[in-house]
Design a protein around this ligand. Structure first.
Ligand SMILES: [Zn+2]
Length: 108
């Protein structure tokens, strides 16, 4: 069985998932049972899990974020298109098509 100091030192040195299976098992056992360092070291292990998971799915996360950013941008384009269309109707220049509106909105 490890001491609290050994467990904390081991967790601070590297990711516990990279440890040999037997050492990882006893480390987890200590963290589960220890009333002194259990809560703190559980949080350290959760943080390591979170960082590892983020690294593994980093590319996917970026694509999801880019997809979210596209939504409001489209809404702004639509609003600009409608505003330009209204102005053109006021000038009685004829009903513009959506493509024309987008070109005008980009030009503005
Ligand atoms: Zn302990």
């Amino acid at each position: 069985m490890f001491t609290c100091k050994q467990v904390s030192h081991s967790l601070s040195k590297e990711d516990y998932a990279k440890l040999p299976p037997a050492k990882r098992f006893f480390l987890r056992l200590h963290v589960k049972l220890c009333i002194f360092c259990g809560k703190f070291n559980r949080q350290v292990m959760d943080g390591q899990d979170m960082c590892r998971h983020f690294k593994q799915h980093e590319a996917t996360n970026c694509q999801v974020r880019a997809g979210v950013a596209r939504g409001p941008e489209r809404r702004v384009e639509g609003a600009a298109c409608r505003a330009v269309g209204k102005e053109l109707k006021k000038l009685k220049a004829g009903a513009p098509s959506k493509v024309d509106c987008l070109a005008l909105a980009r030009a503005l």
